[in-house]
Every structure is written in C-alpha cells, then in structure tokens.
Design a protein around this ligand. Sequence first.
Ligand SMILES: [Zn+2]
Length: 218
Amino acid sequence: MSLVVFESLKQIHCAECRQGPLRHLVREAGVPRCLDCADLGHLVYLPRGDAALTRRSREASSLSAVVVRFHRRRRRYERLGLLVEDAALARAERDCLADSEARARRRERDRLRRAAEDTRFTAAFAAEIVRLFPGCPADRAVAIAQHASVRGSGRVGRTAAGRALDESAVSVAVRAAVRHTDTEYDALLMAGVPRFAARARLAARIDAILDGWRSLPS
Ligand SMILES: [Zn+2]
C-alpha cells in the first residue's frame, strides 16, 4: 500500500497552512493538505514512462508516493508518476545509465567477435580456394571468399557446407565467381538469354578457366 498524492485542477487549499490552490495534495480523512504539511515536500516528481527508472527510484527511496489524477470520462484514477527522494532518483538514473552503457559495451564486444570470426572464416575460405585452385590469383581468392561469406547473404559461405569449407561448396563459389567475372554471363542474362542457355553456352569456357586454376601457373 503506497501513499497517494492527488493532482488537482480545482481551487483546493491546504487545510493546515492555507496555501493554494494546490496542484498536488494529500487527503487525510477527507482533509486536503499540501505536500509540505504532509511531510512530502522534499520529494521530487518523476512522471511515468520509464518503467526501469520508476522501479529503481521507488526501490531506492525510503519514502515515495504515487501521483494520480481522476479521469472524468473514464471515471477512474490514473497514475501520473511518482514522488521520490532526490537522491533515490539520482541513484536510479545512474543505475539505468550504467545498464545502457553495459549493453552498448556488450553489443560492441559481440560486433568485434563476429567481425573477427568473419575475418578468420574468410581467410580460411580463401586458403581453401587456393588449395583447390593453386592457379587462382590470390586477390581473386580473397575477393571470392569475401563475397561468399557476407553475413546474412545466404551465400554459399553462410551455408553449413560452406561454413565447413566443404570442397564442392567452395568449388561452387569459385565457379560462380568465374561465371560472373570472367565471362559475359551477366551480359547474356541482361540481353534476355535464358539462364540455363547462358550457362550451357559458357560451361566449356568456365571449365577451361577452372582447369587452368587447378594447377600452379607455370
Ligand atoms: Zn500546508
């Protein structure tokens, strides 16, 4: 059971000290009193809206009061906020800030960890390309690996087989790169040539390039 403070727009004055009209007042046995006379004058007002800040302020405050106002149309009291000790509010604000900073630091650590994983994976992918295709230029191998391992892309590097550096998955990525980069495949597609026809037309050329890459350049 918490103390209740009423917010009022009426011309109500304190029964004890006569000050008013009172925006915030306490009713004791139906008698209105100002916050000072009710020994709540030292509290500060925290409007509702931030659940974590409200909860922490209330927990840290040895004295607190709920501020309500009667909503005529809804015919019920509605909670507007909380009166809490200034020091409690300050502490709650510090705690909430520390929380959000901790969350930001955790996000940054996660981001760095993922970036490091991606870098390691891309390097391993490129190394596997070079192992399978020793004649593939090193910069091409890196470019293919980077392209294949873009996070969230659904590309072969993000599939289970790709993550495991499965030989056929790596070969599929290299073949796709050769098709797009070393042949006029994309131009054929743009010109309206059906995909399978374009692939069939270029298959021998692609095989020749891949065969060339399978051995070390002499
Ligand atoms: Zn008073």
